[in-house]
Design a protein around this ligand. Structure first.
Ligand SMILES: [Zn+2]
Length: 252
């Protein structure tokens, strides 16, 4: 426990937990991980090691035993195997919550909706028949992607569209599109260096641009940080409190 008055910390913890519980986007195992991180970062429970907390610490508390079911092979049933804390599950849950741009989220219809032909027509704007070929076209000005398709009649038109889009994107420097998914724990658990964590999970990850609408009006702890103002990848950490350390080598 730190030298600060414990009630101050307890109140901060209460507010953080209330924020997590009231956020409809934080559910399931992500909520569990958020609760663990709230207790760790605010109440210092469990205490971190010198390098910070590890995925295995979290897995041991939240998903203590991974069980492999009994298998039938070579005429015999093997026993179900208990393999210990499932750190890879923690890894996967955090990976799904990486702040990023997902072109599927950017489409107006549901993901499973059929892509209709956008080929030009004389009497109406677009053809609208089911597509036989479809793919994402990139807006060269924003970097955002739009799903387009062509029916059998408009297949050549669609191929020409894809080619024209590729040339338009090669002619300019296409910006990175603004993030539209992930990062749901970051507004709640503020003492974690999320950018470093996400880069640890995905070495190719770079801080995506943001649009204002991501900031949701809510409790104090729900205020989303301006992701663009987070430290650059090469910047030294400035916060004095321990950071969440990702040690993939420790995973089993
Ligand atoms: Zn068509």
């Amino acid at each position: 426990m730190t030298s600060e008055h414990p009630y101050t910390k307890l109140r901060e913890y209460d507010r953080c937990v209330a924020g997590l519980m009231s956020d409809p986007e934080v559910t399931g195992d992500l909520l569990l991980i958020g609760m663990w991180l709230a207790r760790a970062t605010i109440l210092n429970t469990p205490e971190p090691s010198k390098t910070g907390w590890q995925l295995t610490d979290m897995a041991a508390a939240l998903f203590p035993m991974k069980t492999k079911p009994a298998m039938f092979s070579l005429g015999e049933w093997s026993r179900p195997q208990v393999t210990g804390p499932d750190a890879w599950h923690v890894f996967e849950v955090l990976k799904k919550d990486i702040r990023r741009y997902d072109p599927w989220v950017d489409q107006p219809g549901p993901r499973w909706a059929r892509t209709l032909c956008a080929g030009p027509m004389v009497r109406r704007a677009t053809c609208g028949k089911p597509s036989v070929a479809a793919g994402f076209l990139t807006d060269p000005e924003t970097g955002r992607k739009k799903l387009r398709g062509g029916c059998r009649k408009h297949e050549q038109w669609f191929i020409a569209e894809v080619q024209a889009n590729r040339e338009a994107c090669e002619a300019v420097e296409v910006p990175q599109p603004p993030a539209n998914i992930g990062g749901r724990l970051a507004p709640h658990i503020r003492d974690i260096d999320w950018a470093a964590l996400w880069r640890g999970i995905d070495p190719n990850w770079v801080i995506p641009p943001e649009v204002r609408t991501w900031e949701r009006p809510s409790l104090r702890l729900l205020l989303a940080p301006d992701m663009a103002s987070q430290p650059a990848p090469t910047a030294a950490p400035t916060r004095p409190r321990p950071k969440f350390a990702l040690i993939p080598g420790a995973l089993t």
